[in-house]
Design a protein. Sequence first.
Length: 155
Amino acid sequence: MGGKLSFQPMRNYWINIVISASIAVAVFIIVPVLNLGHDSTWGWLTVGMVPALYAIYDFLFRVNVTYEFDQYAQTIYRKFPGLYTRKLMNFEDVHLLPVELNGLLHYAISNKKNKFGKSYPISHEFGSTKKDLKRQEEFETEVLAAIESFLQGRA
């Protein structure tokens, strides 16, 4: 829209945030009610901080990450809404790269000069289940094709 293409590739991490936050809230509510010893109570509350911090980290640095492709400036930006915007690279430097890590495939953008250096994930990991294969096919035909045509100036 308006010479810009933007998307949030990790938008479905909300379920992870909800689960982590629910565990943390449950620990913070249940542990004080149990009348455990002082050390046990603080130990469990400390354990409850782990999913709470995980939920906060996912909310700030995964779910809301937005990649914006600006056709007029021929530039890709990575935005953390409310925090900062960072210029990643120009269109002519972009290389779309399939990355396999721990047997799971995901797509990333990297610099043509250093393809296997710093890369930025633009998709979720795809496994080998039917659901994952369907999601991968949808991503490749809809999102990846749109990105490629946008980078080539056909959008």
